[in-house]
Structure formats: structure tokens, C-alpha cells
Design a protein around this ligand. Structure first.
Ligand SMILES: [Zn+2]
Length: 120
């Protein structure tokens, strides 16, 4: 069983902090969701493309496309990562929590999340 503390401990792994996260940000230094809307956001803008006035929200989050729910392999899968600004990260999380699965799709158009109804 995955406990809440196991879940949070994953973020303390040096494989995540020293390798995966910085490597992902170097490869994808812009919010993926903003880019889809034509906004080039390096973490200094809001999701609507305006200057982010809150300095505590001027950063980029490395998000797991398919929620890892404490699964170490899914957590450490470099293909399961996307860069998001804090606004898009919050929106994504709220949508995910409401639905319980990610709508993110692979190159073939099929939903990636094993919990998506199409994969059950
Ligand atoms: Zn964004």
C-alpha cells in the first residue's frame, strides 16, 4: 500500500531532485499548456500571458502527465513529465481531482492514464 509519506518521499529522491527534474526543465523550459495556446511562458507570465506579479508564482512546475499515485516507476519515467506554469498546474490538478484521471493523450490519440475509462 502507498502511504501519504511514501508519496512525498519520492520528491526527495536525488534521482528526481538532481537528475530528472533539472534535466526535464533543461529540455522543456516553457509551459506546455501555455505553448498550446500560443503563449511563450518561461515561468514569468500568467496562463493568460500577462506578467506574473506574484513573485512566489514565478516558476515552472514539472508535472506528471499520468498521476503516479506513489508508483516509483511512473514517478521516475522521463516520458511522463511535462512543464507547466503554476496556473496551468493548478487547473490541471483540479480537473484531475474532479475526474480522477488525466485526459492527456499519446501520439496515437489514445489516453495515457490507465485509470481513463477507455483503458479500464
Ligand atoms: Zn501555462
Amino acid at each position: 500500500m502507498t502511504t501519504r509519506s511514501d508519496y512525498h518521499q519520492l520528491y526527495n529522491l536525488s534521482a528526481w531532485r538532481r537528475q530528472l527534474r533539472p534535466q526535464h526543465l533543461a529540455r522543456e523550459p516553457l509551459c506546455r499548456a501555455c505553448l498550446r495556446r500560443g503563449i511563450v511562458n518561461d515561468g514569468s507570465l500568467t496562463a493568460s500571458g500577462e506578467r506574473q506579479t506574484n513573485p512566489r508564482r514565478r516558476f515552472l512546475a514539472v508535472d506528471h502527465i499520468v498521476p503516479h499515485r506513489g508508483d516509483r516507476a511512473l514517478f521516475l519515467d522521463p516520458e511522463n513529465l511535462q512543464t507547466l506554469c503554476p496556473d496551468d498546474h493548478d487547473r490541471n490538478k483540479q480537473r484531475l481531482e474532479a475526474r480522477g484521471y488525466s485526459e492527456e493523450r499519446g501520439p496515437d490519440g489514445w489516453p495515457l492514464d490507465p485509470n481513463h475509462p477507455a483503458n479500464r
